[in-house]
Design a protein around this ligand. Structure first.
Ligand code: GLP
Length: 239
């Protein structure tokens, strides 16, 4: 069942999503949280930081698993998801542990197996934050004819490369492959918080909710998940 909450603005959507995470941490301080990157979660992470500073959220027993990372990419590269998470969240709040697929790993398959083993050892995800790509990708699970259940190395589509090229400078090489959590691991999350914001997401949102399971839209698997909360702003919801 998907609960849908339509918010007036991006800020309201971020506050609403933050409420869910705050409640989760109150209920289970040692929660395992799945986290996303992209521009959508930036406001949510700002909420996490200000609530942490106000003593309203405590991550000291929580563990974070990020969905994905470019590969190959240096951890210190300005566009690595490691840098993104450090800048927006990890350097500002007190997570007990954080885990991002290692973009520097010499063998991506070995790193994916390690990442999957770490996630399993942590007991899987209690709550997972997801954004959505314009082509319906979740994490970096791109449209395909089959989807690995566990973490894997993926070739990014032209559409995703173009969408994310805005972040890379003219002289920066943009990786064309990435490591991502698999669909099975996403699906195993006990509660999924899907955050969709901005007018550029209207088309994919319409397609996602038109009442069909499009196999070329990875996010469609979420329609079958028993516990998804969609937090969407009016812009993405079509006004
Ligand atoms: C990125 C990330 C996704 C994210 C998506 C949308 O490529 N791998 O996890 O949800 O694209 O990003 P944005 O929020 O910037 O639209």
């Amino acid at each position: 069942m998907m609960e849908k909450i339509v918010c007036e603005s991006y800020e309201e959507a971020c506050c609403t999503a933050a409420d869910f995470f705050a409640q989760q941490l109150k209920r289970k301080p040692d929660s395992v949280l799945g986290l996303a990157t992209g521009s959508t979660p930036i406001g949510l992470y700002e909420e996490f930081v200000s609530r942490y500073q106000a003593g309203e959220m405590d991550f000291s027993r929580a563990r974070a698993f990020n969905l994905d990372e470019y590969h190959p990419i240096e951890a210190t590269h300005p566009q690595s998801y490691k840098t993104f998470m450090d800048e927006h969240l990890f350097s500002k709040v007190n997570f007990a542990q954080t885990r991002i697929p290692n973009g520097e790993a010499p063998d991506p398959n070995i790193e994916c197996a390690k990442y999957s083993a770490d996630l399993e050892a942590a007991g899987g995800l209690d709550m997972l934050l997801l954004g959505i790509g314009h082509n319906g990708h979740v994490g970096f699970n791109e449209p395909a004819s089959s989807y690995p259940l566990e973490a894997y190395k993926v070739d990014l589509t032209g559409e995703t490369l173009e969408a994310n090229s805005r972040f890379f400078g003219e002289n920066e090489i943009q990786p064309i492959t990435a490591l991502t959590m698999g669909i099975g691991q996403i699906f195993a999350a006990k509660h999924i918080l899907l955050l969709i914001c901005g007018a550029s997401k209207v088309e994919i949102t319409k397609k996602l909710f038109e009442g069909k399971l499009h196999t070329d839209i990875p996010a469609c698997f979420l329609l079958l998940h028993p516990n998804v909360t969609l937090v969407i702003d009016r812009a993405a919801n079509g006004g």
